[in-house]
Design a protein around this ligand. Structure first.
Ligand SMILES: Cc1cc2nc3c(=O)[nH]c(=O)nc-3n(C[C@H](O)[C@H](O)[C@H](O)COP(=O)(O)OP(=O)(O)OC[C@H]3O[C@@H](n4cnc5c(N)ncnc54)[C@H](O)[C@@H]3O)c2cc1C
Length: 476
C-alpha cells in the first residue's frame, strides 16, 4: 500500500512511501475495526482534527473498536517504526490526534457508556465525547465534571486534568477518574486503580497520554440534575472594573458555584439584543450546581454587578449548560492558543487583558478567565500529576480565525497578550498548550512534578513510543 510519508520541501505537498502489503494484510486480518488509508473515501475527513491549522497526512488511520485492535495497531506501528498518534476526541489544539506519515490510532468508535446507578459510576470507552457521557448520566440524574464544549473527547481532557462547570464542587475530571484500562507502549494490558497501581493513577490524573492508551475509563458520578446557569453579558465600557469585582465576589463563593469571565463577541442569537450581536462584550458565565433557591440568593450579587446588557441565567438541565457554548467553538477554524495559571488576579493583569481584548484581530477570538479553587484546590498538590492546585484562575487566550492569510496577525495577538501578562503566570495547563515542545511541557508542570512524571514515563514507555502528545521525556 502506498502511503504518505512526509512533505515535499518545495511544494509542501505530502510525499509517499510503501507500507509492506503483507504487514497490512496481517493487520487487517486481526482487526475488528477498519483501516483507512489515503485512497479511502473517508481519509480526507479522518486525517483532520478540530483545529483547522493542523493539516497532516497520516500513512494510515486505524479505527479501533476494542482493546485488541488498539494493541494490534500499536504493535504494527512499533514494528514499522512509524510515528504514532492516539486520538480520542481529536480536540488537542496542538494537533496531537493526527500526524504526518505515521499511524493514527483512532479510538472514536470505542464510544460505549455504561452507567452503574447503584455505584454512581460510569464505564466509558476511550473515544467517547462529553456530550454522549453527559446525556447517558443525565438520564439517571447523575453527572461528573466534564469540559465546557460537548464535542471534546473525555480521554485527552481527563488525562490532562479536566476543568469544567462542576469542578469546584466535585474536583477536576481527573479527580473523578477511579479506574482505567490501558494498553501500554510495550503492548501490555494494565487495569489501573488506586489500590493496584497508585503511581500510575497519579500520572493518569494530569500527566496526559504519556503512559499508555486508555481504552476504558471509570468515572465517579454525582447527583446533578437542574443547575442554575447561563451568561450575564455586559458592554465593554467598564470591563476591567467588573472583572475585578467578579473576582472579589467569587473568591470565597460556595463550591457549588463555578464561573468564568469571558471576553468574546456576542453571539448572533435571537436571545441577544440586536444592537449587541457580534459586538465585543464581557460575559460572566455561571454554573450553580447546588440547591436552586440557595443559588438564586448566591448568584444575585453577581447578576447585579454593573448594568448588565442581558441576563441569561436561569435553571436548566445540566447537559444544556454543557452544550451552551458549543456554537462558539466549531471545528475546522484556525486556532492558536496561549494560556497560563494565575495565583490571584491583579488589577494590572486585568487591565492588560481588557486592553488586548480591544485589539483582537478576529471577532471569533476569545479570552477566558476560569475561576478555580473549591474542591480543585483542596486536593493535595502531590496527590495527582495535575500541578496547579494552588492556582486561582486559568487564563486561556483563544485566537480563532478563518483565513490563512490572517495567521501572522492572530498569532501575534495571542502572543502579545501572553507576553503582557507573563510575569503574573505560574506554569500552564497542558491541555491548553499548543505544540511548544518538551521544554514548555516541563515548565508547565514545574520541576518536581515533571521529575516524577519522567520517572513514571521511564517505567511505562522508556522508548517514548507515545510521544505525539504534551510529551514527558523519559530522560527527565
Ligand atoms: C473546543 C475545545 C474546548 C475545550 N474545553 C475544555 C474544557 O472545558 N476543559 C478542559 O480542561 N479542556 C478543554 N479543552 C482542552 C482539551 O482538554 C484538550 O484539547 C484535550 O486534549 C482534548 O482531548 P481529546 O481526546 O478531544 O483530544 P485528542 O486530540 O484526541 O487527544 C489529545 C491528547 O490526548 C491523547 N489521548 C487521546 N485519547 C487518548 C487515550 N484514549 N489514551 C491515551 N491518550 C489519549 C492524545 O494522544 C493527545 O496527546 C478544550 C479544547 C477544545 C478544542
Amino acid at each position: 500500500m502506498s502511503s504518505v510519508v512526509g512533505r515535499s520541501g518545495l511544494t509542501g505537498r505530502p510525499t509517499r512511501r510503501r507500507i509492506p502489503a503483507d504487514k497490512m494484510r496481517r493487520l487487517a486480518s486481526v482487526l475488528r475495526g477498519s483501516l483507512v488509508g489515503p485512497q479511502a473515501a473517508e481519509y480526507s475527513d479522518l486525517r483532520r482534527v478540530w483545529n483547522g491549522m493542523i493539516d497532516r497526512y497520516p500513512a494510515l488511520i486505524v479505527r479501533c473498536v476494542n482493546d485488541d485492535d488498539v494493541a494490534a495497531a500499536l504493535a504494527f506501528g512499533v514494528d514499522l517504526g512509524l510515528p504514532i498518534a492516539v486520538r480520542g476526541g481529536g480536540h488537542s489544539v496542538a494537533g496531537h490526534g493526527t500526524c504526518d506519515s505515521g499511524l493514527v490510532i483512532d479510538l472514536s468508535p470505542m464510544d460505549r457508556v455504561a452507567v452503574d446507578v447503584a455505584r454512581q459510576s460510569a464505564e466509558v470507552g476511550g473515544g467517547v465525547r462529553w456530550g454522549s457521557l453527559d446525556a447517558a448520566t443525565a438520564t439517571h440524574g447523575l453527572a461528573t465534571t466534564g469540559g465546557l464544549i460537548s464535542t471534546t473527547g473525555i480521554a485527552g481532557l481527563t488525562l490532562g486534568g479536566g476543568i469544567g462547570w462542576l469542578m469546584r464542587q466535585h474536583g477536576l475530571a481527573c479527580d473523578n477518574l477511579v479506574e482505567a484500562d490501558l494498553v501500554t507502549a510495550a503492548g501490555g494490558r494494565v487495569r489501573a486503580s488506586d489500590e493496584a497501581t497508585a503511581d500510575l493513577m497519579w500520572g493518569l490524573r494530569g500527566g496526559g497520554g504519556n503512559f499508555g492508551i486508555v481504552t476504558r475509563f471509570v468515572f465517579r458520578l454525582h447527583p446533578v440534575t437542574t443547575v442554575l446557569g447561563g451568561m450575564v453579558i455586559h458592554r465593554m465600557d467598564d470591563a476591567a472594573r467588573l472583572i475585578s469585582e467578579w473576582a472579589t465576589l467569587v473568591d470565597d463563593a460556595p463550591d457549588a458555584l463555578t464561573s468564568m469571565a469571558a471576553l468574546i463577541s456576542a453571539p448572533p442569537a435571537p436571545f441577544i439584543p440586536r444592537r449587541l450581536r457580534g459586538q465585543p462584550v464581557l460575559a460572566f458565565v455561571l454554573c450553580w450546581s447546588g440547591d436552586l433557591a440557595d443559588g438564586e440568593r448566591e448568584l444575585a450579587p453577581l447578576r447585579r454587578l454593573g448594568r448588565p446588557a442581558v441576563d441569561l441565567v436561569g435553571p436548566m438541565p445540566y447537559p444544556m449548560l454543557q452544550g451552551m457554548l458549543d456554537g462558539g467553538a466549531p471545528g475546522g477554524l484556525r486556532n492558536y492558543w496561549k494560556s497560563g495559571q494565575l495565583r490571584g488576579l491583579s488589577r494590572d493583569s486585568i487591565e492588560r487583558i481588557v486592553e488586548h481584548a480591544g485589539r483582537r484581530r478576529s471577532a471569533m477570538s476569545q479570552i477566558h478567565i476560569h475561576q478555580l479553587g473549591g474542591a480543585v484546590g483542596r486536593i493535595a498538590q502531590e496527590a495527582t500529576a495535575y500541578p496547579h492546585r494552588d492556582a486561582t484562575h486559568t487564563l486561556n487566550i483563544v485566537a480563532t480565525w478563518r483565513d490563512p492569510a490572517d495567521d501572522v496577525a492572530n498569532i501575534r495577538w495571542a502572543r502579545g497578550l501572553h507576553a503582557a501578562v507573563e510575569p503574573a503566570l505560574r506554569g500552564a495547563y497542558v491541555n491548553f498548550l499548543g505544540d511548544e515542545g518538551q521544554d514548555s511541557v516541563a515548565a508547565a508542570y514545574g520541576e518536581q512534578p515533571y521529575r516524577r512524571l519522567a520517572s513514571l514515563k521511564r517505567r511505562y514507555d522508556p522508548d517514548n513510543i507515545l510521544r505525539i502528545n504534551q510529551n514527558i521525556a523519559p530522560g527527565g
